[in-house]
Write a protein that binds this ligand. Structure first.
Ligand code: EPU
Length: 438
């Protein structure tokens, strides 16, 4: 049974922490290692549960994984890739959606792949239809069975032309990881171009892949017969950096996030500045701080890159409960990523959610039954409450709210945060937070 995490809020976070490689690149770069015929080494790997899940999944497929947790290096030797049983995959995948991205590499290496029931955060339906359509387009045969989905490629995988209905991050990665060793050329239009995808492309290029990104979100991949290994330093986790930035704002504190980089965070930094947050950008990292003057309300919407990332939305909403006036947040990436706001209202916030597209353009969730716009009236002092972590980012935002609230909050299910926030307990201690677990 998971412990309860107690936070006595109301004191500013003050100090410095370091972010290492991005969860949403590291897991994919680890899958890419399966495609190589030589070992790969990835650096700046964070100590988070998702990395352990991918390591275990690689290991049950015969990849020799050696990990230096403290130094953050992982070496993967895929010389003996082998089949794994569905029950084994299921047991190791836990609640992760990562097995879906093993399909392309496993089809190339073994001619078959199995996807068990997929988990991931409950932030919408999170279907896998784009992934299956992509695999079919390369010539894979998808067979839904009782134990999961069984995929084969009886005639090998051939380059293809794919136009994504929506620039899905996962579907773009699926195309990249499959096309690099498919026969012939693949043209992917309406691709996602997140910095984590650019970094995955750099990894694949080091392995010998031929990938061209055009200015119009079209990616052209020329399949090659053989890929080698890579050595790569993962780009830093901009979601984690933005989450700590919001914690600095919500607690009226000052946090130097070592490793945070300006360029991939540019949209976040603009938003942070519009709210009135202070920042010092240096080579070593970014210091985020509350300026001591009232924060300003804003209207923002989440979007695919270069828009404001959906993963920044939840901690940002907590910071906006302390801004002066009415803020509007329009979530356009996931249809169900505002459910966490009801617990913030229990803590004293004033947030109303709406089905309509508010504050900006209309999105694909408009006129449907999804509460995907939030109106936040502030500033409202928050007070401690008993809360349960709903998903990874929602969970961290509850932590931010608890740190900024007067009194004690008791948070259940805190272990979910270990999926994506490296050693957050040590970081909270370094920043002077008052918390304990029982
Ligand atoms: N979608 C479909 N069908 C599909 C796949 C996606 O309809 O087959 C929809 C989704 O339901 C969603 C939209 O497309 O509405 C975008 O989903 P996307 O595929 O871009 O997301 P993802 O690849 O599943 C990754 C990150 C998420 C991050 C999103 C958007 C990983 C492991 N996950 O998810 O990160 O929010 O991209 O940037 O890379 C997190 O880190 O907490 C997290 C949820």
């Amino acid at each position: 049974m998971s412990s309860t995490f107690h936070v006595r809020g109301g004191r500013p976070l003050d100090g410095e922490i370091t972010v290492r490689g991005a969860k949403n690149l590291v897991s994919k770069a680890m899958v890419a290692a399966l495609l190589g015929e030589e070992p790969s080494v990835l650096h700046s790997v964070p100590d988070i549960r998702d990395v352990q899940i991918v390591s275990d999944l690689l290991a049950i497929h015969g990849v020799k994984v050696e990990r230096d947790v403290v130094g953050g290096a992982i070496r993967m030797d895929p010389s003996n890739v082998e089949r794994a049983h569905a029950t084994e995959i299921d047991a190791h995948a836990g609640s992760s959606r990562i097995p879906i991205l093993f399909c392309g590499p496993l089809l190339h290496r073994l001619g078959e792949a199995i996807i068990p029931d997929l988990g991931g955060c409950r932030i919408g339906d999170r279907p896998i239809n784009y992934h299956l359509d992509v695999l079919r387009s390369f010539g894979a045969v998808v067979d839904k069975r009782e134990m999961g989905i069984y995929i084969t490629a009886p005639s090998g995988l051939q380059g293809t032309t794919i136009a994504l209905e929506y620039p899905s991050v996962g579907a773009t990665e699926q195309v990249l990881l499959t096309a690099v060793r498919a026969q012939g050329v693949t043209v992917l239009s309406n691709a996602a171009v997140e910095p984590e995808i650019e970094d995955l492309i750099s990894v694949l290029q080091k392995m010998g892949a031929l990938i061209t990104v055009q200015t119009d979100r079209t990616i052209i991949i020329e399949g090659v017969d053989r890929l080698g290994g890579y050595e790569h330093v993962a780009l830093p986790d901009r979601i984690e950096a933005g989450s700590w930035a919001c914690a600095a704002l919500a607690t009226k504190g000052s946090v130097l996030v070592r490793g945070a980089q300006q360029k991939p965070m540019s949209t976040f930094l603009n938003t942070f500045r519009k709210i009135g947050g202070g920042m010092d950008i240096t080579e070593a990292g970014i210091r985020f701080y509350h300026p001591g003057t009232p924060l300003r309300a804003i209207a923002v919407e989440t979007d695919v890159h270069p828009g404001l990332m959906t993963d920044w939305q939840q901690p940002l909403v907590v910071a906006l409960t302390q801004a002066d006036g009415i803020s509007i947040v329009h979530e356009t990436v996931y249809e169900n990523r505002l459910g966490f706001t009801s617990a913030l209202n229990d803590m004293g916030a004033h947030i109303q959610v709406y089905r309509e597209c508010l504050g900006g353009s209309s999105c694909r969730f408009g006129r449907r039954n999804y509460n995907h716009s939030a109106v936040i009236s502030g500033p409202k002092p928050l007070h401690g409450a008993e809360i349960t972590v709903p998903d990874l980012r929602g969970g961290f935002s509850y932590l931010v709210a608890a740190l900024g609230a007067e009194g004690v909050s008791s948070i259940h299910g805190i272990d979910l945060i270990d999926r994506g926030y490296e050693q957050f307990r040590d970081k909270l201690t370094a920043l002077g937070a008052d918390f304990w677990e029982d």
